[in-house]
Design a protein around this ligand. Structure first.
Ligand SMILES: Nc1nc2c(c(=O)[nH]1)N[C@H]1C(S)=C(S)[C@@H](COP(=O)(O)O)O[C@H]1N2
Ligand SMILES: [Mo]
Length: 369
């Protein structure tokens, strides 16, 4: 399938319409049945995952872009690995990367701000940032080269502490300040653990919106760690920083130290595969959903009556846990709640609304069938 932008590029179109049209941030189609568009980002609708297996197809996978998707030329793309933490700097083409030993993992990528709107709607707190509901998450199978393989090939020094991956998307300007390329330091310990430099998603080349030709996949950590459109990796024997670890993706607020706490691992969450405020016919229904956390999920409970909890049945446990539970739905307004493991009733407040891990109250209306 060729996107509209792809068609324009293929046609070598240079004439702009007289009435300026903002360039879309995201290249792939974003049908309203599958996505809620939020500025330069798009979240997946949970009802769109109802008949989907464990892997979220690219056509439904959420997109979080600080600016816009760059359409990079794979033939001239290079990944540069350099810095005080390596003895043999590398410059790899896509072909070089694909020739290295690879592995494939099923892993969730989730924005640290997923669920942010519930700080306001459930807890009455105002927070800054994209007001996601629960759709800034997706699970895919990623293939690529373990970052540890690349670092060792580059002669990783024992004294190396940080790796700074830099994206090739446009520089990020906010509040009139240019913060430069999207980049966030990653400790060498995590880099050597389970991080991939991925070039495939669900068995095909990475789609442009998800980082083509290569991105990091950092399992269990906030989505910002999984830098898309990877252009370089600086490896350093001294700590590295960027606004994405000093200002953003820090927990700030009255219950945190003055300079905040760095966001690394995600928290456990769960969701029902129904629209927000969905209308269902009365009778025997099968509620389905998913639950996920940085180290997997042990159990899932569901409450349909505001009081009691019943254990749901896990359907599959891969990158995330799919679950189901029968429900005898009676006409009226209901609030569905799902709790995976130790999800609390209230999420700790932080000014930027990260890591909303509390149980979400999902309203539905049941009508006589
Ligand atoms: N280069 C670059 N990498 C990036 C981003 C970005 O804007 N630019 N967004 C990050 C954030 S905040 C998230 S949540 C994930 C989203 O990945 P996806 O768009 O493939 O779903 O990508 C991360 N990697
Ligand atoms: Mo994110």
């Amino acid at each position: 399938m060729i996107s509209r932008r792809g068609v324009l590029i293929a046609a070598g179109l240079t004439v702009l319409p007289s009435r300026a049209v903002a360039a879309p941030s995201i290249v792939k189609p974003l049908p309203a049945s599958d996505f809620i568009v939020r500025g330069t980002n798009a979240e997946t609708r949970w009802e769109a995952l109802r008949d989907v297996g464990s892997l979220v197809p690219v056509s439904k996978f959420f997109v979080r872009n600080h600016t816009s998707t760059p359409v990079l030329d794979a033939a001239s793309w290079r990944l540069e690995i350099f810095g005080s933490g390596v003895t043999r700097p590398l410059s790899l083409s896509l072909r070089d990367l694909r020739a290295l030993p690879s592995c494939s993992v099923e892993a969730v990528i989730e924005c640290a701000g997923n669920g942010r709107s519930f700080f306001t709607s459930q807890q009455g707190q105002s927070v800054a940032g994209t007001p996601w509901t629960l759709g800034a998450v997706g699970n895919a199978r990623w293939r690529g080269v373990p970052l540890g393989v690349l670092l060792r090939l580059a002669g990783l020094r024992r004294s190396a502490v940080d790796v700074l991956p830099v994206g090739l998307d446009p520089e990020y300007v906010t509040g009139g300040v240019n913060l430069g390329r999207v980049r966030r330091p990653l400790p060498v310990s995590k880099a050597l653990d389970d991080v991939l430099v991925a070039y495939e998603m669900n068995g095909a080349d990475l789609p442009v919106d998800h980082g083509y030709p290569a991105r990091l996949v950092v399992p269990g950590w906030a989505g910002i760690a999984s830098i898309k459109w990877l252009g370089s990796l600086e490896v350093s024997t001294t700590p590295l920083h960027s606004p994405w670890d000093t200002d953003f993706y820090r927990l700030l607020g009255p219950s945190y130290p003055a300079d905040g706490t760095l966001v690394t691992s995600q928290v456990t969450k769960s969701a029902v595969e129904l629209g927000w405020g969905a209308t269902l016919p009365a009778g025997r229904r099968l509620l389905t959903g998913r639950a996920w956390g940085p180290a997997g999920v042990r159990w899932v409970s569901v409450s349909t009556d505001g009081r009691t909890w019943r254990r749901a049945t896990p359907v599959s446990r891969d990158g995330w846990t799919r679950w189901r539970i029968p429900w005898l739905a009676t006409p009226g307004e209901h609030v569905l709640r799902v709790r995976a493991d130790d999800q609390p009733e209230v999420a700790p407040y932080n000014t930027q609304g990260y890591l909303f891990g509390a149980v979400v109250r999902h309203p539905v209306t049941v009508v006589r069938s």
